[in-house]
Design a protein around this ligand. Sequence first.
Ligand code: DGY
Length: 324
Amino acid sequence: MSPRIAVTGRIPSAGLDLLHEAGEVVAWDSLDVPSVEQVHDMVRGADAVLTLLTTKVDAAFLDAAGPRLKVVANVAVGYNNIDVAACVERGVVCTNTPGVLTDATADIAMALVLMATRRLGEGERIIRSDAPWQWGMFYMLGSGIQGNQLGIIGMGDIGQALARRAKAFGIRIAYSNREPVSPRIEADLGAKFMSQDELLSTSDVVSLNCPYSSATHHLMSTDQFRMMRPGAFLVNTARGPIVDEAALVEALRSGQIAGAGLDVFENEPAVHPGLLQCENAVLIPHLGSATQETRAAMARLAAHNAVNVLAGVAPPTPIPLPST
Ligand code: DGY
């Protein structure tokens, strides 16, 4: 009997083609996000499921899928939508898509650094609103970044790719991470390892590039914004709930920090109403990996992961098992 493969959102054909060669595919064929009930109907009796980050994989999902399920292949590098421990308990392999979206996401982080520090969102809004404007010596001055310090929290692949870009802009790199990266990488990037508190109090721009988990929930809240330098900026391309959005709004309103560039939001797709009022916040709708090439590569890698597990072969990019 050929394996049954469910896909809980529309994905590029590069991934679907691989799946069709491996089994009978049931794929959600709409750009709307399916409801929980629709997901559960789709995954019933599946041997493999490809999930988007809008799909919650929890005990109810696993109950709905049933005992045949062997693999949950997330079409994303972040996997906070998956209860990995619950999957492991039932012998279900979980995989994600690291690597293929590193450059696209680092590009967006660098773009947000520039947009926030040079007030580009604000400038665009002025032109589009048809308000009068005129070049002026003191008109809409931003903050220069050359020689400034970018503090990267989370020096994995994306953090390092951002550091390479920032170095080319003449920016000094500081980082905090669970462990220092290798001396060779530090030397290549000219990156200095420091505690998170030191990074917050010395950086001109702080970029969040760490995974979301209970340990990083509200990693940036009132106390952390207080540690940041007045005139500093925050950029988040990781996951929304790493930032306490109410505290961020307060820090932006009070001038505690100068601005923010956000690609992700605490209660996505909802955006804190206070942020919408902050001229000094650049807000974009979770576009980190949103290029045609990257999304095709993500779909292909997720399909490859699923097909390998179904064939009894190790998947290329398994999610590390939770530590006990
Ligand atoms: C990911 O892969 O985790 C990204 O957030 C999706 O764009």
